[in-house]
Design a protein around this ligand. Sequence first.
Ligand SMILES: NC(=O)c1ccc[n+]([C@@H]2O[C@H](COP(=O)([O-])OP(=O)(O)OC[C@H]3O[C@@H](n4cnc5c(N)ncnc54)[C@H](O)[C@@H]3O)[C@@H](O)[C@H]2O)c1
Length: 279
Amino acid sequence: MATTNSSTMRIGVVGYGHLGQHLVERIIKDGAGLGLTLAFVWNRNPHKLKGSVPDQLILEDLSAFKTRECQVIVEVCHPKIVKDFGVQFLTHAHFLVGSPSALCDPLLNQQLRHAASHHGNTLYVPSGALWGGQDIQRLNDSGALTGVFVRMSKHPSCFRLTEDTLSDWTEGEGRRVLFSGSVAELCPLAPNNVNTMAAVAVAAGTLGFSGVRGEIVSDTALRDFHVVEVEVSGANGFSVHTVRRNPAQLGAVTGSATYSSFWHSLLVCKGHGGRVYLC
Ligand SMILES: NC(=O)c1ccc[n+]([C@@H]2O[C@H](COP(=O)([O-])OP(=O)(O)OC[C@H]3O[C@@H](n4cnc5c(N)ncnc54)[C@H](O)[C@@H]3O)[C@@H](O)[C@H]2O)c1
């Protein structure tokens, strides 16, 4: 289990793109007052870190992460890193998985859950742009959840798809449904766009990735916002429908409110035992 000699949480940040830079800056700026400090920062191209991250905090080789004392490791780069290192991270520390779409792989999902339970470390899944995740989880845990549908609508420039579905978009074309089906099928097609849906699938554990329905919609009218709609149904006609408008710059995969949400997710990571915890 991740332990510390003081009340300070030492954080290892894996990835230094938009989200990684945001977290590192905030830990450096606000961390001391909140009991957080950096243990290390890793990026596949370490040169990007020079000048912004103190030299002694730069980890050149990710497989050497155990040489740094830390209580929480945050992945903010790519689902592949979750696949390659997630289980090892959990042997050493709590793990905040920034790319939870990786959990759509049932074997990896099971291995991560097992590692968390075996080592007494928590696998944290950030809510991201999801509104009401804890409520979905509570409904799930009470046994009354019967269905969840999530629709994400964005300007076409905000999608990063693995298939060529959107290469022919034109400004002003309006709305186009790109995919509708299970979140399990959707994750490999749009790994960078479905982290919020993956968080829903974790919250709605009884339905899981194959039981939660997802839809991604390209809409040229959405120049300033991403829209996340969640429809939840439960026993005896219970239903909730939320619509979240997430301010986002044109071309940005991640809405600006999500950065702040992610930071607050990190503040929750103080150890919740050997389990998966939506934060
Ligand atoms: N859970 C959430 O709410 C949420 C929100 C935003 C982003 N994300 C996810 O977090 C991750 C980072 O997001 P971002 O906005 O900072 O992205 P980004 O593109 O700005 O940065 C990604 C970083 O990871 C590196 N990288 C990419 N592929 C890699 C690979 N295969 N191996 C190692 N490094 C690799 C890139 O060089 C870059 O430094 C993405 O997977 C994204 O989908 C999750």
